[in-house]
Design a protein around this ligand. Structure first.
Ligand SMILES: C[S@@+](CC[C@H](N)C(=O)[O-])C[C@H]1O[C@@H](n2cnc3c(N)ncnc32)[C@H](O)[C@@H]1O
Length: 288
């Protein structure tokens, strides 16, 4: 349905290969499936401190969608960068009837994404493409909204990825994304062990993104700081893994469950110490 000159990008930098290997590891996939809910893989927005991770994660999608709802409807096309299991793409297509081009590095995620779209009867609206944020196989000005939840932390060339995202946005279109960041540069040494599990070398900062958005000519760039939700999210993940450790050891290797039990509390700790930031960015291309 969506016109793409190339449906598969094979030449990706080494870091993309490392990211793909991380997400395609059986234990990692089983963790995202069993503990995050298998639909969304991003930080949740919590109405209650003890609500399920999957419910809060879905609220993040609805909250981000509210920011761009005026641009969306059956006439519109969204590009979801780093679409993962496809939770955002399905929510947007179901809520607005819009078309979604969903691009992700991982063919394993993409297979699972396509299967879920077909089960939900949304495969006519969503096209899933294998590729990298740094080399988008789309023509300039193609999309009404470019969307990306929790992906840019994995990207080495963030300037390049943002510039590509803006290139494919139509005049008047909106860019909305979230990321886990450090408050300033350089990041505190204490955050490195937390990020190590994800293969993230250096987090960005909110100022970096706001500067980039302005340099790329976007208007009204806004950062909604929701760092408190990051602390709640990792505390909830930690509680879940502790409570379900015995059951999880049947689905995930015991060594990986032990790694999680060591790693997840680090996130809560460094977030509560003010060493991380999380939130949503929203900016628009001027209409002319
Ligand atoms: C934390 S998950 C987020 C998935 C999805 N956005 C969501 O919110 O559920 C990160 C996703 O980004 C993808 N990814 C990471 N780096 C990428 C890149 N350079 N190009 C395309 N996808 C990438 C990964 O394969 C993974 O599916």
């Amino acid at each position: 349905m969506i016109d793409t000159p190339d449906n598969d990008t094979t030449a990706t930098p080494d870091h993309d290969d490392a990211t793909r290997r991380y997400y395609e590891t059986g234990d990692v996939d089983a963790f995202y499936d069993a503990v995050w809910g298998g639909e969304d893989i991003h930080v949740g927005i919590y109405a209650e401190g003890d609500e399920p991770v999957a419910e809060a994660s879905h609220r993040t999608v609805e909250h981000a969608a509210d920011k761009v709802a005026d641009l969306l409807g059956p006439h519109a096309t969204v590009l979801d960068l780093g679409s993962g299991y496809g939770g955002s793409a399905r929510a947007l297509a179901a809520r607005f009837g819009c078309r979604v081009a969903a691009l992700d590095l991982s063919e394993a995620h993409n297979r699972r994404h396509r299967a879920a779209n077909a089960r939900r009867g949304l495969d006519g609206l969503i096209e899933v493409v294998t590729g990298s944020l740094n080399d988008l196989p789309y023509e300039t000005g193609r999309f009404d909204v470019v969307w990306s939840l929790e992906v840019l932390c994995h990207v080495e060339d963030r300037e390049g990825a943002l510039s590509e995202a803006v290139r494919v946005l139509r005049p008047g279109g909106a860019l909305v994304f979230s990321d886990i960041m450090a408050p300033g540069e350089p990041p505190a040494e204490a955050v490195r062990p937390a990020f190590a599990r994800l293969g993230v070398r250096t987090p960005a900062t909110p100022d970096f993104y706001l500067r980039q958005l302005s340099e790329l000519g976007l208007k009204g760039a806004d950062f909604e700081d929701r760092t408190a939700d990051l602390a709640t999210h990792y505390a909830r993940l930690d509680e879940d893994v502790h409570r379900r450790a015995a059951e999880l050891r049947d689905r995930i290797s015991p060594a990986y469950v032990d790694d999680l039990l060591a790693n997840l509390p680090l996130w809560t700790d460094v977030t509560r110490r003010g060493l991380l930031r999380w939130g949503l960015f929203h900016a628009r291309r001027s209409a002319v």
